[in-house]
Design a binder for this molecule. Structure first.
Ligand SMILES: Cc1ncc(COP(=O)(O)O)c(C=O)c1O
Length: 398
């Protein structure tokens, strides 16, 4: 019996939460390699290969550092390497992850200036620009935004945030949480002049949890020289020093690095633009199914739709968590729970990372059957709509 099953059941578990996501066999095989000496020449070669290729995924020519941590560690690394206690940071409360990041910022001694949203849209670039324009003394040292709010299924348009910051002629750093968007949606670290892009391994990068990332701009590196929030394990300086030759300042998560090397290769072989197009297609197919089911998308603004996760609201009086429990019990599929304000009012379909048309069809099939079994009012035929869309927009052959 596999570890995740409380009872014997044939077939593979469908892990369709919005991260951790399914790990492809190719990556599992790589992780399965024997542990090696992390001070050996072989390791240095592998480290250099990874550190050389990883920036391509972030669309940057600058360095990307890797910490053995979940995404939360990379949040802390980004804030503590660039900022000092008492600094003001402008943040948008776009959903549960923004709330958690805000909490971390406070605990690190920062002073967040919060802009609220209804949890059904991304952050508002105009509001960010207006707040920065008021800050003539440049008290605000960083704008922190979550690219894809995994709780709400809404994205913030980072290029528009960048444009608003430029229009306000404000020197704040731009720190972006791309934990559930990197490798699923376009995120141009260099072109959009993001100063720190924060990411994690367990979402569209197709790895287990345990690695987290900071892509660092020259401006952020400069800021790190005077940042005073205490940090040691997460220090960029020593990490970058060791990384120059492919090594790490402490024992790295060697097995996960085997996997990362393979996952990067898979993404580059597919081509980043093709990876994004695949995610867009799956998200659109999911929304088409949802519309036929007459269930409501939590995200209200089409230009804020996420391509990695769709947050679906259940009709009033119908528990989303009960629906999820029924789907797990009857069809061996895990869907994401509603978080924070939308707990039990919504469920989340993860469609990121290692999935193809048939994985998505199976996922949507499990949802449609679950709706029927759990007695959630809906119109049948959502899967059929998804099938028609996918067949009518079949991906180009490899
Ligand atoms: C957007 C976003 N930010 C931050 C986190 C926190 O990352 P972790 O749970 O890997 O520490 C998550 C996790 O799901 C997330 O989706």
């Amino acid at each position: 019996m596999a570890y995740y099953q409380s009872r014997p059941i044939a077939g593979r578990h469908f892990l369709q939460i919005p991260g951790p996501s399914n790990v492809p066999d190719r990556v599992l095989r790589a992780i399965d390699n024997a542990t090696m000496d992390h001070r050996s020449a072989d390791f240095g070669r592998m480290g250099s290969e990874i550190l050389g290729n990883l920036p391509k995924i972030f669309q940057t020519k600058g360095p990307v550092v890797i910490f053995p941590a979940s995404g939360t560690g990379a949040w802390e690394a980004a804030l503590s390497n660039t900022l000092s206690p008492g600094d003001a940071v402008l943040m948008s409360r776009t959903g549960q992850f923004a709330v958690l990041w805000e909490d971390m910022a406070r605990r690190l001694g920062l002073q967040p200036i919060m802009q609220d949203t209804d949890w059904r849209h991304g952050a508002d670039p105009a509001a960010i620009g207006a707040e920065l324009a008021k800050d003539s003394g440049h008290r605000i040292k960083a704008v922190c935004v979550v690219h894809c709010e995994t709780s709400t299924g809404c994205i913030t348009r980072i290029e528009e945030v960048r444009a608003a910051m430029d229009a306000a002629k404000h020197p704040a750093l731009l720190i972006v949480d791309a934990i559930s968007s990197l490798g699923a949606m376009d995120l141009r670290h260099d072109e959009w002049r993001v100063d720190v892009t924060v990411a994690g391994s367990q979402k569209a990068l197709m790895l287990p949890p345990g690695l987290s990332f900071n892509a660092i701009s020259t401006k952020a590196l400069e800021a790190s020289k005077t940042a005073r929030i205490p940090h040691a394990y997460f220090d960029w300086g020593s990490m970058l020093e060791f990384n120059r030759t492919g090594y790490f300042p402490y024992t790295p998560a060697i097995s996960l690095l085997y996997g990362l090397n393979e996952a990067i290769k898979m993404m580059l072989e597919e081509g980043l633009q093709n990876v994004f197009a695949r995610h867009d297609r799956f998200a659109e197919a999911t929304r088409r199914a949802m519309r036929v089911w007459e269930l409501e998308n939590n995200c209200l603004e089409p230009k804020h739709y996420s391509s990695s996760v769709t947050t679906v609201r259940t009709p009033a009086g119908h528990s989303a968590d009960n629906l999820r429990a029924v789907i797990l019990d009857k069809f061996n599929m895990s869907l994401g729970t509603g978080l924070g304000e939308i707990k039990d009012k919504a469920f989340r379909i993860g469609h990121m990372g290692d999935l193809n048309d048939l994985t998505l069809v199976g996922t949507l099939g499990g949802v449609e059957m679950g709706l029927a079994v759990a007695g959630v009012p809906h119109r049948p035929g959502g899967v059929q709509a998804a099938l028609e869309y996918l067949a009518g927009n079949a991906r180009a052959s490899a």
